[in-house]
Design a protein around this ligand. Structure first.
Ligand code: SAM
Length: 482
């Protein structure tokens, strides 16, 4: 039984293995099928890929057997994610063998970057391997394959942000959209493969971010989520890797723009545009960001603040750059400045050498914070990470799983406590779609990222409505339009 668990997973987040569809170019003869796995960044990247290929005359099909091109945008964060992709490749292989011999199969994203040419050798089906910074090269790589050659580009860039590419919004609801603001990560957490698969951290030109947000408003979108592995670390100084900021001219450094300043500018675009961001990293989140959140009503009262462990000893081994005390201090600052701010976390159980005492400290930290939601994982050792090279993955699967179940159960208790507190209150809810369970009900989210389900009455998707909460589960609020 698989115990890796996401609680209250945001409806917009990481719908695993979702096949995305492009509606443009419907008369095009070339058909593309793309499936995305993993984090929101991957889904956002697939929209960039779609934009690049739409210009090349591709449209999509939801029928793989009719596709000229099949791409899987992959995730390497845990072994399980990679196993899922391998299974999909076996499936594509069977389609190619039995029904669609000319089909080109490509692997995009983090797994492509991690396995590089090895992917072509291991997975005989794969024709194209493209890392996250090489999507502009896709048209040339496809031509190469059409000429009978295998194609690989896994070059990691210090500059690429795809700033000028307008993503084709795929599989969305026309109400909420992702806007990428940084790429890569410099934090070097010892467990994490991201710095090696997505490269060094760089920030996107703020003008292009603002232009994209303004266009989204014009197109009728009501909410944007600013995306990056570590959004608080955003720093625009004219382009280039964050690590090279010190080498920039004094003038460029003086004119630089931080995340708080970017957030302030985006919040001013339109007071009716809701703004969210993900992911924050506790070592980089400053009080300036919290103050800007408090200043603007349209910045949602919700922060995803991965903690990973409640034990300072483990946090040090993870190279997280903060300890328990500093993290709890940050939580206090958030709660003092934004009293009704919802907070969620990521937590890893069974990291190298984690003792019973470390695990108890994780549970006691959870008791102190009482997170609204949590995304919890068993530690999965990743090849070539500092933890894999320098530490022992010495906690048995059985103990990892037992501890995971304990933190999941604790989180469910806390989620329920927090949700119950909302019963009786009335909140503004942005309607995002029709409830999966009943076509007479809509679902939407409050500023706190809590999902609310309510009878449609005379409302429409994309509207903000006031909803009185009448009941709840640990995952969903049930309401009535007031
Ligand atoms: N950049 C964010 C941060 O570290 O604060 C999140 C990055 S990652 C895409 C999302 C989550 O996956 C992490 O916060 C962590 O909890 C989990 N994760 C990353 N590497 C992992 C590993 N090797 N094993 C288990 N979980 C892992």
């Amino acid at each position: 039984m698989e115990f890796e668990h996401l609680i209250d997973k945001d409806i917009n987040e990481a719908k695993q293995g979702e096949a995305l569809s492009i509606t443009k170019n419907e008369n095009s003869t070339k058909k593309m099928y793309i499936e995305s796995y993993g984090c929101q960044m991957n889904f956002s990247d697939s929209e960039i890929v779609a934009s690049i290929l739409t210009k090349e005359g591709f449209s999509t099909t939801s029928d793989i057997s009719k596709a000229d091109l099949v791409f899987v945008n992959t995730c390497s964060i845990r072994e399980k994610a990679e196993k899922t992709v391998r299974k999909r490749l076996e499936f594509y292989n069977s389609i190619k063998r039995d029904k669609n011999k000319g089909m080109i199969v490509g692997v995009l994203g983090c797994m492509a970057e991690r396995l590089k040419e090895k992917f072509l050798e291991e997975e005989k089906l794969v024709d194209i391997v493209v890392g996250p910074d090489a999507y502009r090269d896709l048209p040339a790589l496809i031509n190469q394959v059409e000429d009978g050659r295998k194609a690989v580009n896994v070059f990691l860039s210090l500059e690429e942000t795809y700033a000028d590419i307008s993503p084709v919004r795929l599989g969305g609801n026309g109400v909420t959209a992702f806007v990428s603001i940084t790429r890569g990560c410099d934090n070097m957490c010892t467990f994490c493969v991201v710095p090696y698969t997505r490269g060094r951290e760089r920030s996107r030109n703020p003008e292009s971010i603002i232009k994209e947000c303004k266009q989204l408003v014009k197109d009728g979108y009501k909410e944007v989520t600013l995306l990056g592995q570590n959004v608080d670390s955003y720093l625009w100084y004219g382009g280039g890797a964050k690590k090279d900021f010190g080498k920039a001219s004094i003038r460029a450094q003086k004119k630089s723009l931080t995340f708080a300043q970017l957030l302030d500018k985006i919040a001013k675009i339109n007071p009716l545009l809701r703004i969210r961001f993900s992911t924050s990293n506790p070592q980089d989140m400053g009080l300036d960001v919290i103050d800007i959140m408090a200043k603007h009503d349209n910045i949602c009262n919700y922060i995803h603040l991965p903690v990973q462990s409640g034990s300072s000893r483990i946090l040090k081994l993870m190279n997280r750059g903060y300890d328990r005390k500093k993290y709890l201090n940050l939580i206090d600052n958030i709660k003092n400045r934004i009293p009704d701010c919802a907070i969620s976390m990521d937590m890893i159980t069974g990291f190298c050498s984690e003792t019973k005492k470390d695990h108890q400290e994780t549970l006691s930290l959870m008791d102190s914070v009482k997170y609204d939601y949590g995304y919890m994982f068993k530690y999965s050792e990743r090849p070539n990470t500092p933890a894999q090279r320098n530490l022992n993955d010495d906690i048995s699967e059985e103990i990892k799983q037992k501890r995971l179940v304990e933190i999941i159960e604790r989180q469910i208790e806390h989620s329920l406590i927090n949700m119950k507190k909302r019963v009786g209150n009335t909140y503004e809810v942005l309607i995002e779609g029709i409830s999966k369970k009943s076509k007479n009900h809509f679902y939407g989210r409050t500023t706190h990222n809590a999902t609310v389900v309510f009878e449609k009455e005379n409302t429409n998707i994309g509207e903000c409505v006031m909803v009185k909460i009448v009941d709840c589960t640990s995952a969903t609020l049930i309401g009535k339009i007031s």
